[in-house]
Structures are given as structure tokens and as C-alpha cells.
Design a protein around this ligand. Sequence first.
Ligand SMILES: [Zn+2]
Length: 263
Amino acid sequence: MLTANDGQTDEPFGLDVLRGDLAPRLTTRHPITTLASQVTAFFASLGFRTHPTPEVEDVLHSFDLLSVPEGHPTRSPAHTFYLEDGRVLRSHTTSSVMRVLRQGRGRTERRVLVGGPCYRNTTPTPRFVTQFHQMEVAAVGPDIVLTDATGMALGLLDDVLGQGHGATLRFRTLPYVSPGFSVDAPCTPCEQAGCALCGGRGFLEVMSGGALTPAVMAAAEVPSGSRAISLAISLERLLAIRHHVADIRPFLSTDLRVLAQNG
Ligand SMILES: [Zn+2]
């Protein structure tokens, strides 16, 4: 006969099947899914439409069309996973943005949203992992300016982290945007004292974006007279800041105890 476990059971592995806290919780959402839904809703309210995109990409969209030169470190197998047929596991969602823009080539106004898993050949650390999740928006139009990207970035942080988040903008050089920028959020786990998550800086880069260069706009066949901006969001890093977690690896684990605390 089954009885409640008083700690002295002969049950194999010490498992007490009558413990209520072992009941399956089928309604818990993964924290990355929760955040992705919030980000999608934010951009949908601004007129952005979600587009499905592949996790396996070709070199053309991953690097060539984005003006990433031959010999650039991100093209190396030490950085990007190559398949036997020469394609790659998507290393960033900007390749997906390029794919969607080219599907609608010639249109003077676009607001697109893409996202999903990305992969980089790296040794996992508290802030770099082999598989992570990015979302990215791109806007095309005759009246689009860089501050549309920075304004959306700060607005999204207000929505996700709450006003008073203290994030700052920093110019950043990337092959496909000019000018480019990064958004750095104050590191909450260490309270800006410096830790492995923020690399001792006290701030963690959670987004990057900028104005697409003329060469990249030409590759995407954006009509002359229109301009384009993009903004990429790192979901695990935003979660780490929001939930004061000093390591993004638990968000990619299967430990439901950890995931349930940070949803
Ligand atoms: Zn830190």
C-alpha cells in the first residue's frame, strides 16, 4: 500500500509518488518564450509583421550581402558552424532580415520582425553560449532615421525592464550598419561592481543596431529614396538583467526549478 513518505521509505531512489510538488506543471511557459511574446507584442503595436525564417542559412545571406569581408573572424569555422554542404547555422538574425527584405524587394516601406535560435562556435561562459535567441526588426521607408532605431530600443527596455533602467547607447562598428550602436544595460546581478556576466564592465550589451549601409540597402534592393534601420535584441541577456541572474546558461538548461523562477 502506498503511503506518504516520512523520509524513511524503501521506495527506490527515495521517490514518493504521493508528493504533490511532483505533479507535472504543464502550463509553465519557458522564460524565453514569455519574453519573445512580449517583444513581439511591443513591435506589433508599432506595425511590425513577424516573418518565419530558417535556422540554416547560406553564406550569401549570412555574410556576402551584409558586406562581411573575406577573412572576417565571424566567417571562420572557429566562430560559425558550417554544414557539409557549405551552409551555416544562423549566427545572427541580420541574415534573416536580409532574406525577408529581398523577398519584398522594391517596396518603399517595410516593417519586419524576425527571430529565433542562433548558433556560435564558442566555449559556454556566463555571457556567451553556443545556442542563443535573437529577435531583430528592420524598418524601411523614406522618412526612416537612425533615431527610430534608438527610440525603439529604449522604448522596448522601458517595456521589458521598466522605466529607470539606466541603459546607455554606445557607437559600435559593424560591417552592415553605419552608424551603428549598441545598447548597454546596467548589470543588475553585480549592481555594476563587475562580474563574469558583464565582463567586469558593469554594463551588458543587450541590443545592437544602426542604419543599413548604402551597399547593404542596394543588396536588399531597397529603392532609392528610402532608408533602412535594424535593431537586434539578445533575449537571454535581457532576461539575465531583468531577473538579476549572473549567468545566461541556466536559461538554456532543462532545470525546471530555475526556469520557473525566471519566467
Ligand atoms: Zn556584472
